[in-house]
Design a binder for this molecule. Structure first.
Ligand SMILES: Nc1nc2c(c(=O)[nH]1)N[C@H]1C(S)=C(S)[C@@H](COP(=O)(O)O)O[C@H]1N2
Ligand SMILES: [Mo]
Length: 198
């Protein structure tokens, strides 16, 4: 069956799933700054730090033991494409929180990835976030963030940091990598928050 883009876009808009200024795609474009990092399971770790009672660290082996969840989300990229019904499996942020005592002052999260990439996210947008290891039932491919990426379902896709290595809890908001380059501090596609107001 062919892909009738116009008809599907219309249908999606009617269904209320395509935010303003977005067009549908069935492809899965690859977008990031810099090279794709190498993964070494012997040295990889995932850390939680900042406003927590106790910092935590998981090796790759330990991370495999955490409970798994699958979610289906619509991707909205700030460059204008949206991709509906993408399935991701990994560790739900709220399940991770059962291992971490976050201080009440924490209102923002900074995602930290390989090579110093960062993305800032308000805590309320982390409630349904996922630390994803699989896409459509298969391990992530290197270009889409293997072995671990963040999925922040209700914000533009640039917040979904690939090659994730740590989450930092913060009281005050701080711009991440793309936010320093001019993207919006929150990035809600339904409010079309593409660019930062300086
Ligand atoms: N580590 C890292 N993660 C990143 C980026 C990046 O430059 N580095 N770019 C973001 C941007 S701008 C987008 S649109 C999505 C693209 O994800 P994809 O390549 O899986 O489509 O990754 C996000 N995560
Ligand atoms: Mo992006």
């Amino acid at each position: 069956m062919g892909f009738d883009r116009k008809a599907q876009e219309t249908a999606a808009r009617v269904a209320g799933r395509l935010p303003p200024g977005q067009v549908l795609t069935e492809k899965f474009p690859v977008l990031h700054y810099g090279p794709i990092p190498k993964f070494d399971p012997a040295t990889w770790d995932f850390r939680v730090f900042g406003l927590v009672e106790e910092e935590k660290r998981w090796t790759w082996e330990q991370f495999q033991q955490l409970p798994r969840t699958t979610i289906t989300i619509d991707i909205h990229c700030v460059t204008g494409w949206s991709k509906l019904d993408t399935a991701w499996t990994g560790v739900a942020f709220k399940d991770l929180l059962s291992f971490v005592r976050v201080r009440p002052e924490a209102r923002y999260v900074m995602a930290h990835s390989e090579y110093g990439f960062t993305a800032n996210i308000p805590m309320e947008y982390m409630e349904d976030a996922l630390l994803a290891t699989h896409y459509n039932g298969e391990p992530l491919t290197p270009e889409h963030g293997y072995p671990l990426r963040l999925i922040v379902p209700r914000l533009y896709f640039w917040k979904s940091a690939k090659w994730l290595r740590a989450l930092e809890f913060m009281a005050e908001d701080r711009p991440g990598f793309w936010e320093q380059a001019g993207y919006h501090m929150r990035g809600d596609p339904w409010r079309e928050e593409r660019y930062r107001e300086w």
